[in-house]
Design a protein around this ligand. Structure first.
Ligand SMILES: Cc1cc2nc3c(=O)[nH]c(=O)nc-3n(C[C@H](O)[C@H](O)[C@H](O)COP(=O)(O)O)c2cc1C
Length: 192
């Protein structure tokens, strides 16, 4: 059987991003668990803020189509998002919004989300670890009819969570991330 493919999407473009670090560790653990992993940066898929007039004028931007195809080429997706003002950052919401507008031949709009397994994680300096962002992201993806797996990871005090090699310092965090990626792989496998 072909290898199970998992796509990892960090929801921050910032140099030294705590979420990009978590995404990198997750990608490593996914590979260790036997799946094929692709980790992207949304910097490679720049998109304007969604505007219906822009879409009416110029259609859905090519980067949204490319990202939709990238998602479609994977069995499961992990989004690692920061928390901004108790919700998801505009980068994450705007990207999802554009991808839901993609409709290619033989497809219904937003089809790439439906029935596909998504896992969600967040890293934050705060005690809550970005858990309010996860609640918002779960709600958004569920509205897109994605299958958001029950496990999720909110990494608190993330400024102190990594060592000099950007690996997770604490065994409990490594285990929690491992549980998340294993459930994502298992559920993605079941959906294939
Ligand atoms: C506009 C803005 C709002 C923020 N709101 C929150 C928040 O509600 N909760 C939280 O835990 N951190 C909040 N933060 C801090 C971010 O969690 C922190 O900047 C984090 O490092 C961003 O993720 P990154 O390191 O992956 O870029 C906010 C940061 C910004 C810029």
């Amino acid at each position: 059987m072909a290898a199970l493919k998992i796509l990892v999407i960090p929801g921050s473009l910032r140099t030294g991003s705590l979420n990009a670090k978590l995404a990198a560790v997750a990608a490593y653990q996914i590979a260790q668990a036997g799946a094929e992993v692709t980790r992207i940066s949304l910097a490679d898929f720049p998109l304007p803020i969604y505007d219906g007039d822009l879409q009416a004028r110029s259609g859905v931007p090519k980067n949204a189509v490319n990202l939709k195809r990238m998602i479609g080429a994977h069995h499961g997706v992990l989004i690692v998002t920061p928390e901004y003002n108790a919700s998801v950052p505009p980068l994450v919401k705007n990207t999802i919004d554009w991808v839901t507008r993609v409709q290619e031949a033989q497809e219904t709009r937003g089809q790439v989300f439906r029935g596909r397994a998504f896992a969600i994680a967040a890293a934050s300096q705060s005690r809550l670890g970005g858990s309010r962002s996860l609640a918002a992201l779960r709600s958004i993806l569920s509205a897109c009819q994605a299958l958001v797996i029950p496990n999720q990871l909110a990494l608190p005090f993330a400024g102190e969570a990594y060592d000099d090699m950007d690996k997770l310092r604490h065994p409990a965090d490594i285990e929690a991330l491992d549980a998340l990626v294993r459930q994502l792989i298992e559920i993605s496998q079941r959906l294939t």
